[in-house]
Design a binder for this molecule. Structure first.
Ligand SMILES: [Mn+2]
Length: 432
């Protein structure tokens, strides 16, 4: 497997603590999720805790204290427990945890209720997502109560609750080199797994078989698994944007939409291709596929430093509107279609989302100054599409029951953009 640079947790924490200034942050681990009864899903760490500390196991609370001179990074972790470790694996004791994660202090989790409020009461703003954990909710409420009293007497004490995203989102939206290395690997694995799976797309094959080929391709190449529920949607199934039952057989004339991505080192890829079951396509559906590919090219050309996600979307929408007019689906001119938003009946979603630890990664698209400007290190998807649900397109009924989307993962660079998923043709066969 590829050698990867270490993730810079210490450097990230230095920035977080600096930005917290007079405040603090509480990050609890994500809860274990169960399927039905008491079988556990494979554990997925909380992205914010993971980003700030590297902790990827259940049952942990990290406390960051920007206002303090000591104990600025404190971890509360589960104690050694021979019985529990038999079932879920070995644990480190707090001393080892402190060493390994570079914490100033590490305590057993059972001491959180007692020690937590005192650690937090001194700052002004506590960054914590209320409701994230019942235990932490109680600690933060008690810290605010003590902080109010302290503020009344001493003029300083915790009295504001804020979202951790206020500090972390802006950091997470710009990927460092170690993150980019993982995202390139997730993209490479995804592209190669698509190459395994695309030949499986034939009339009569089950959508589930294509899913199996894709996900097998992810795991064989060392990915943690799919980053989100794989979509293999034949024919009209592709008009349901988040279809993931993958339970139909591919029909002889179907276009098949495949939206999947590997997760590697906790970072996601997110790729879509739409290919004909019979390996060729003509008529209106061919024009529709060409339109989406033109929208893809136009949107990719708009991915550059200084640009915005809105400009990328605008470029895609213009090509989509022109295509819809050209196919006779809507009455032109294209400018009017755009102004009246008539293209949205067939292209209802945005062209891009941020990509990272989460498939729909954190980060604003607009802030107080308007649309967020693209910068080197930002990673976004470009995913134009066209969807003609049954009954939606009386002017060109041949298109009904067809959904087309083409999605790539794009890293903004100093020069422009790197399409990390470029290795996978946007069409099929000779249709690059
Ligand atoms: Mn996507």
């Amino acid at each position: 497997m590829t050698e990867l640079p270490p993730l810079p947790f210490q450097a990230r924490r230095d920035i977080i603590l600096f930005r917290l200034a007079g405040g603090s942050m509480v990050l609890p681990a994500a809860p274990v999720q169960f399927m039905g009864g008491d079988s556990e899903y494979r554990y997925r760490p909380d992205s914010e805790l993971l980003y700030a500390t590297g902790w990827a196991a259940p049952s942990c609370v990290a406390v960051l204290r920007g206002f303090a001179d000591e104990d600025r990074f404190v971890l509360f972790v589960p104690e050694r427990d021979a019985k529990a470790e038999l079932w879920t694996g070995p644990r480190a004791d707090p001393e080892e945890v402190k060493e390994r994660f570079g914490a100033d202090a590490a305590h057993p989790l059972r001491e959180l209720a007692e020690k937590g409020p005192g650690l937090l009461a001194g700052g002004d703003t506590i960054h914590y997502r209320l409701g994230a954990s019942a235990g932490c909710d109680g600690v933060v409420r008690e810290a605010l109560r003590r902080g109010r009293l302290r503020r009344a007497r001493k003029g300083a004490g915790a009295h504001v609750l804020a979202d951790p995203g206020a500090v972390l989102d802006e950091m997470r939206v710009r990927k460092d080199d170690a993150e980019i290395a993982r995202m390139r690997e997730a993209a490479r694995i995804t592209v190669d797994a698509f190459r395994d799976a695309l030949p499986e797309v034939r009339p009569g094959v089950g959508e589930w078989e294509v899913e199996a080929a894709l996900e097998s391709g992810f795991r064989r190449r060392g990915a943690g698994g799919p980053a989100f529920a794989t979509i293999v949607a034949a024919g009209a199934n592709a008009c349901t944007l988040h279809y993931s039952a993958n339970g139909s057989r591919i029909g002889p004339d179907d276009l098949v939409l495949i939206d999947a991505g590997a997760e590697f080192g906790w970072y996601a890829a997110d790729v879509t291709r739409t290919v004909p079951a019979r390996g060729r396509l003509d008529g209106a559906r061919r024009e529709a596929h060409d339109t989406v590919r033109r929208a893809r090219r136009a949107a990719l050309a708009a991915c550059r430093p200084g640009g915005t996600v809105e400009e990328v979307h605008g470029a895609a929408c213009r090509a989509i509107a022109e295509g819809l007019v050209g196919m006779g689906v809507v009455e032109g001119p294209a400018g009017e279609v755009l102004a009246e938003k008539r293209h949205q009946a067939f292209y209802p979603h945005q062209t891009s989302h941020w990509l990272g630890l989460d498939t729909h990664d954190s980060g604003l698209y607009r802030d107080g100054d308007g649309p967020v400007r693209l910068e080197p290190g930002m990673v976004l998807t470009v995913e134009p599409g066209l969807y003609f649900a049954p009954g939606s397109c009386p002017r060109v009924p041949e298109l009904e029951g067809t959904g087309i989307r083409i999605e790539d993962d794009v890293l903004i660079t100093d020069e422009g953009a790197e399409v990390m998923t470029e290795g996978l043709p946007a069409g099929w066969g000779t249709e690059g």
